[in-house]
Every structure is written in structure tokens, then in C-alpha cells.
Write a protein that binds this ligand. Sequence first.
Ligand code: SF4
Length: 353
Amino acid sequence: MTACPPAVFGAIRHDWSRAEVEGLLALPLLDLLLQAQRVHREHHAANTVQMSTLLSIKTGACPEDCAYCPQSVRYETGLEREALMEVAAVRERAQRAKAAGATRFCMGAAYRSPKAKELEVIAAMVREVRALGMETCATLGMLTPAQALELKAAGLDYYNHNLDTSEEFYGEIITTRTYQDRLDTLAAVRAADLKVCCGGILGMGESPADRAELLRTLANLPEHPESVPINQLVQVAGTPLAGSASLDPFEFVRAIAVARLLMPRSHVRLSAGRETMSDEMQALCFMAGANSIFYGEKLLTTGNPDVERDRRLFERLGLKTEEGPADIAAQISPAVDDERPCARAGYHAETAP
Ligand code: SF4
């Protein structure tokens, strides 16, 4: 294990070496958690979690072959395809999310990259959601610099585009686009002055070195992503990764803690896979510096037990939300009674594209 001098903790750096990141991942767990929580409190309010809401505006039939994703047209997962939504319908959903306490509205579409006509419609959606006074985020696949500028001009605040894993392991997961394609999209998004949401997925059969390399690549981007979603693989029947060996939960917690140490100012988001984590594991992730959770539209579904579970967990841990009244019930009230199959699939734009 590489010894880490105390100075390493909390520094804003973009020059991490693989050995340094592996050294952090290999620290005794309790030392790692302690350091991560210290750094967390230097940069963020304690016991406070940011909430993100997501709507799938176009579902399934994606030509890409991401091995974890039920939205790929190549895998039989039973997912119902849905065409690009109407602008008015998206506006109405955003209004309802706002009434339920959301301040940021994410729109996800299963595209390799949006076509000009589609982007026009999505830009109109962004303008409508912006007009409601909400922050906007989109995840639409690869973007050219011109497309990123078009979205910026429409009022988009954030763009999500994940690296998924290390460059070395990437070819095992996706063959229809390259790692460099992803980095190019991220560069186009930054050049358009959009905020970046970028993270990865753990538990896809990657090695510890791959996890270190993913985290190192994220931290060594010219600017740290404002949001870093760390997903745990949700194994969906019909996808190539169904049946993969499960990741040791402590390895996941370590990755969260190291993300916090490497990117002290970023929001580290517990994303896909949270539903299957125990309350105790989620608590460890918050201790490790996670300060954002993602709840899709399914969590805005009437009577969904996940809503009650989150409310109860926040109460038990003494957590409050970043957005406003310190009331988890207000933030995730069951105000929307829609439960589309795409939402139930577990994967959404937090892991895609
Ligand atoms: S992750 Fe995105 S790009 Fe990959 S198959 Fe799913 S929707 Fe398509």
C-alpha cells in the first residue's frame, strides 16, 4: 500500500497517479471514512443531501451495446419503447416534480446522439422547464460542440455523460463508441460552459485497478465534474451483465470515499443500485462523503414503498435535504402517480448514455 501523507487529503488536484489512488483505496476502511468525512465537512454542509429527479423523455431502442443497459435495442429485456415525449407533457411532469419539492429536473433520452430535429424539441423542453424556475439537466448521448452550445443557449444547466469505467476495461462493456468519444463529449460540454455530471458504474466485473483508474480519470479532468454519480450495477435479465459476480459492498463504499477525497467540491451521488443497498450500507456511503441521491420518477409513485423507506432512512440518520425545507417528506412526496416500465427497469440516464 502506498503511504498517503496527510497533505493529500482535501487538496484540489488534477494530477493524481494510479499508485496514489490505489493507495487511498487500500487504506484501512475506518481511516478512509474518517478522512473522507473530514474533507467532506470542509467543503459541504454536514448531514445534508441533494436530491435529483429524472424523467425519461425517450426510452429504449438505443443502437448502442452498453452491456449493462436494458435500453439497448440489442438485448431482450422486456423494456417498452417510448418515443420522444411531447414538450407539453414534459412541462407538466416538471411542474409536478416542482410541486413535490424538486429544484432540478433531469431529462434522459436513450440516444447514441440526438439528431437535429430531436435536439430542437429537447431545447424547447429545456426552455419550458427553465421557465418554471427549475435547474435543468439532460443526458442524450454524444454531443458535438455545436449541439452543446444549442443546449446552453436554450438554458441547460447540466449535462450528464458518464465514463462508466476505466479506459482499459471499457472495451469489455461497450464496443459501439470509444472512450475518446466520451472524453470528446465532455470537452464539448465544458467548452459550452455547461456544468458536468460524470461518473461510472461499479460491479461490472472490473478489477480494483479499473476502479482506481476510473476515479483517477474523473479527478484528472481539466475541471472536476460538479456531480459524480457512482452507480452500482443493477443486473437486468437479458443484458450481458446479468449474473455477474456481486461487488463487495465495502469496495463500493471505498470508491465513494476516494471520490470524495479526489474531488472534494463535487457532489458525489449515490445513483443506480441504491434500491438494493441496505440502510446500513447507504449510511456508510453518506459517511464516506456521498451527498446526493438520485430518485427517478418511480420514487414519485403513489404508494411506492421506496418513498417511505427513504423518508424513514433520512429520519433515522438525521439527514436533511439541500434544496429547501429540511423535510424529506416534502422532497419526495408521492405527488406523481405515473409508473412507466422504463423507470422500473432500474437503469436510467444516471448510468446512461
Ligand atoms: S447506456 Fe445509453 S447509450 Fe448505452 S445502450 Fe443504454 S441508452 Fe444507449
